[in-house]
Design a protein around this ligand. Structure first.
Ligand SMILES: *Cc1c(COP(=O)(O)O)cnc(C)c1O
Length: 490
């Protein structure tokens, strides 16, 4: 059906002639492409993308004119306006999906925000590995094929006193690989108090099932004794396993069997004792006044034969899973076909090696390891930052909200040290009306999320809480600049 047919059926509105005239003034795609202002866009995005964008903007414009909307009419006469719309569309399309945000949630190792931030040295190592050939699996001394684990195994052994080490994609993969290699179609004894779920997708019973191992639960949720483990040992037992209570604490009438108590039992029955330490730090955090978390070295010293832990939690490195322990068990684990499927790439190894090297100079660690530096930031320093930033954010948000400085408590996150908070400071934002409908807070949260570098906080007690622990100097300047820019946007 042609346009004239349609017009014959629908009685024309008084201004339809004017619309027709506007539609007729619509430039052709070719004429837009010929404009001088479009040439740089072609250079930046390529001709076909620009043609698509011009077409899309013209279509949108046509629709607006037909619906009698003013913006379309403006564009009909103003071609510059049209090119601006094309430029905006191209820029919006080209923006990466993964973007830097401000983590003001108060959780330092935030799984949804990428956990540990890499120190500069590690970033440089990654860039080097990405842009040049490296000896990923090449033994430079012997001049023959090497093993990628060798790039970090010595360091891991030095820092943990383990005999051997292997690295995989994350700690979940480390546990899965360990169970697949050592316990398939056999039983693994675990206390009922340690059947943890981490972040919804990692659950000990499920990972056992995927590995083809049979979970043998012992004890109760709150109390497990050595005798419970002992009674469960049978001909099908492959492994005894302890799982660190990363994200919860059992308190009250409780009893758990320590590694020290369990190790002699495992040894007497010739069974390997494995520990999933989760966060697994390499160094005693209590020396910096932080809550104490068991170290990998301690777990091995107390009798664990194998320890698994994450690379991007307290360790402060890239996403990775590490297994350290006895040479014989690590050798068996490395031979399993799954090892090939969950191995790490060169970028991960470059970052991990660089971060591990920092641990050789513990005196410098608090300055050089980003995660530790953030965890150690004093509440006084954070409060001073909050006082500098408060007026700027207040101006950006306008009179509808009240921004005030407030002491608060940060969390380490990623399941590390769940019951211990770190004294911190930040800003809380309330509605000026005091109405407390909640709707305005949701709107505010959405508005901050829509800023060029999204600002993420948390809502509690009818206020938006912005913990400034993770706003270090460079980021503070960027945050202030963005607030100023947003005040101007209005
Ligand atoms: C975090 C954690 C895991 C999962 O580690 P990823 O590196 O996230 O795969 C497994 N077990 C425990 C105890 C944890 O804390």
């Amino acid at each position: 059906m042609s346009t004239t047919d349609r017009r014959a059926k629908v009685s024309p509105s008084p201004d339809s002639d004017e619309r027709q005239a506007q539609l007729a003034r619509l430039p052709s795609v070719d004429s837009v492409m010929a404009m001088a202002r479009v040439a740089p866009l072609v250079g930046e995005y390529g001709r076909s993308r620009v043609v698509d964008a011009v077409r899309q903007v013209l279509d949108a414009w046509r629709g607006e004119v037909q619906r009698g909307m003013a913006s379309g009419e403006v564009m009909a006469v103003d071609r510059d306006c049209l090119v601006t719309a094309v430029t905006e569309r191209l820029a919006r399309d080209a923006r990466s999906r993964m973007r830097a945000v401000f983590n003001l949630t108060g959780t330092v190792l935030h799984t949804n925000l990428g956990r540990a931030l890499l120190p500069d040295a590690a970033v440089h190592a990654v860039v080097e590995a990405m842009t040049r050939p490296v000896n990923l699996e090449f033994d430079l001394e012997a001049g023959r094929r090497g093993d990628r684990d060798e790039l970090v195994a010595d360091l891991l052994c030095e820092l943990t006193s383990a005999q051997a080490a292997t690295v995989v994609n994350n700690n979940a993969a480390a546990v899965l690989l360990m169970l697949s290699a050592l316990a398939v179609r056999k039983e693994v004894i675990v206390s009922r108090g340690e059947l943890v779920e981490i972040g919804g997708s990692f659950r000990i019973p499920d990972i056992m099932r995927s590995a083809g191992a049979k979970l043998r639960e012992v004890g109760t949720t709150n109390r497990t004794h050595v005798a419970d483990y002992e009674a469960a040992i049978g001909p099908r037992t492959a492994l005894m396993m302890k799982v660190h209570c990363s994200n919860y604490a059992v308190s009250g009438f409780t009893a758990a069997v320590s590694l020290r108590e369990l190790a002699p039992l495992a040894q007497a029955h010739g069974l390997p004792l494995a520990v999933d330490l989760g966060s697994g730090t390499l160094i005693d955090l209590a020396q910096w006044g932080l809550p104490r978390e068991p170290t990998v070295r301690q777990a091995l010293a107390e009798g664990a034969d194998l320890v698994t832990f994450s690379g991007d939690k307290l360790l402060g490195g890239p996403q990775a899973g590490v297994i350290v322990g006895s040479a014989e068990l690590i050798a068996r684990i490395k031979m399993h076909p799954l090892k090939r499927a969950v191995r790490v790439g060169k970028m991960t190894l470059a970052a991990l090696e660089s971060v591990l090297r920092l641990y050789r100079a513990p005196e410098l660690l608090a300055e050089q390891l980003t995660t530790l530096r953030l965890l150690m930031r004093s509440s006084d320093a954070i409060r001073a930052c909050a006082e500098r930033v408060q007026p700027v954010l207040q101006r950006a948000l306008g009179a509808g909200y009240v921004v005030s400085v407030q002491m608060m408590a940060s969390q380490i996150g990623s399941g590390a040290l769940p019951v211990q908070n770190l004294p911190s400071a930040g800003l809380i934002v309330r509605e000026a009306s005091g109405k407390r409908s909640g709707r305005a807070l949701m709107a505010l949260e959405a508005r901050l999320r829509a800023w060029p570098r999204p600002v993420l906080g948390r809502i509690a007690d009818q206020a938006l809480w912005l913990d400034l622990r993770c706003l270090e100097a460079g980021d503070e300047a960027a945050f202030v600049a963005q607030c100023v820019e947003q005040s101007e946007v209005g």
